[in-house]
Design a protein around this ligand. Structure first.
Ligand SMILES: NC(=O)c1ccc[n+]([C@@H]2O[C@H](COP(=O)([O-])OP(=O)(O)OC[C@H]3O[C@@H](n4cnc5c(N)ncnc54)[C@H](OP(=O)(O)O)[C@@H]3O)[C@@H](O)[C@H]2O)c1
Length: 326
């Protein structure tokens, strides 16, 4: 049994990683404020605010077999490295594919260029800063995992799940979609990602890995969602400029078409995952994932207010406006 510290562990991904580590028989402690939720049964919570001085005092002298860092705010990452890196045998930093500065090449691997971390309020820059600080402090004891879009039941960001939910919501009626040509969808299920982190921890894996699934053409992804949702309506495509002109946003957030990215950012949803696969990374079947996500969406309510996507009222209004232009 290993002694593992999860910096986080009360939110979506951290909880799933903790759940799998506990199930694998590890001795897991989570350090968090407890604002995002509790820890899974079998794990211990050390309650602390990492933005405050002395946040790590209660655990500073513990020797950890593994530390798993889920934060990216530079001051939180730096504080943990200062307090804990000396006594850690191995360290896993959850980074992101948002570190890459250029999104125009499909299939780029881990050696692609990353941002110069000059603006730490920018998510990608902050993640690069976290990677650099961790590398400096830990050297060969570090694994950097760069997940792409994380999908699965209970995702609070509502991005991946939007399409299958929007189709189930519409039933036999039309939905609005962006142009699909030249666009991809690439995600990793939260449980598959956590299984790999658990495995990587037990194998003391080091280096940098894109943790992403297969990149599917957007049209293929929508067809799979339609099959799973038993959607019998029409998919009505609106052009990029028309959507942007009508206040529809790319990728995520209110009044967005989730997973839609600018055409020039083609490579964002098409990162190379050869290293992940060679290191035992698994990926569930797309239809299975969509089924699981749809069950969760139905349980949460197909017409609930979402973090990302269009409400049905917004979608109908846009469809009406589109009809008038034809
Ligand atoms: N979602 C995606 O598609 C995606 C893609 C790529 C990478 N990622 C990365 O995956 C990770 C997601 O982690 P997650 O789902 O577990 O959620 P999260 O919301 O990023 O987790 C933050 C964790 O840190 C704790 N925390 C935040 N501020 C703190 C403070 N001042 N003191 C102590 N603890 C603090 C939170 O707990 P309390 O609030 O309870 O303190 C929570 O457990 C992140 O690193 C994210 O950047 C996500």
């Amino acid at each position: 049994m290993g002694k593992i510290l999860v910096l986080g562990g009360t939110a979506w991904l951290g909880r799933e990683i903790t759940r799998q580590l506990v199930a694998a028989g590890q001795d897991v402690t989570c350090l968090a404020r407890g604002r995002s939720g509790g820890v899974v049964p079998g794990a211990k919570l050390v309650s602390a605010d990492r933005s405050l001085p002395r946040a790590y005092d209660a655990i500073r002298d513990v020797h950890w077999d593994e530390v798993i860092e889920l934060a990216y705010e530079p001051q939180l990452v730096a504080g943990a490295l200062d307090a804990l890196s000396e006594n850690a045998k191995h360290w896993i930093l959850l980074s992101s594919i948002s570190v890459y500065s250029y999104q125009g090449h499909p299939g780029d691997a881990e050696d692609a260029e990353v941002y110069e971390p000059v603006d730490l309020s920018h998510y990608g820059h902050a993640k690069v800063a976290a990677e650099c600080a961790s590398s400096r402090a830990l050297g060969e004891r570090l694994l950097i995992a760069r997940p792409g879009l994380i999908a699965g039941p209970a995702d609070g960001s509502d991005r991946f799940s939007y399409w299958v939910a929007a189709m189930a919501r519409a039933g036999n009626e039309p939905i609005i979609i962006p142009p699909t040509t030249g666009r991809q969808v690439q995600a990793i299920d939260v449980r598959d990602l956590s299984a790999w982190i658990t495995r990587a921890s037990s194998h003391r894996l080091t280096g940098t890995y894109n943790v992403v699934g297969t990149a599917y053409p957007f049209a293929h992804f929508l067809e799979a969602a339609a099959r799973v949702a038993e959607f019998a309506g029409e998919m009505i495509m609106a052009k990029d400029d028309w959507l942007l002109g009508h206040g529809v946003n790319y990728w995520s957030g209110p009044r967005s078409l989730p997973l839609w990215v600018p055409l020039e950012d083609y490579g964002f949803s098409d990162r190379n995952n050869d290293k992940y696969r060679q290191a035992g990374g698994q990926e569930r079947n797309l239809d299975q994932l969509l089924h699981e996500v749809l069950e969760d969406e139905k349980a949460r309510g197909l017409n609930r207010a979402r973090q990302s996507g269009l409400s049905r009222a917004e979608e109908l209004e846009l469809l009406e406006a589109l009809r008038e232009t034809r």
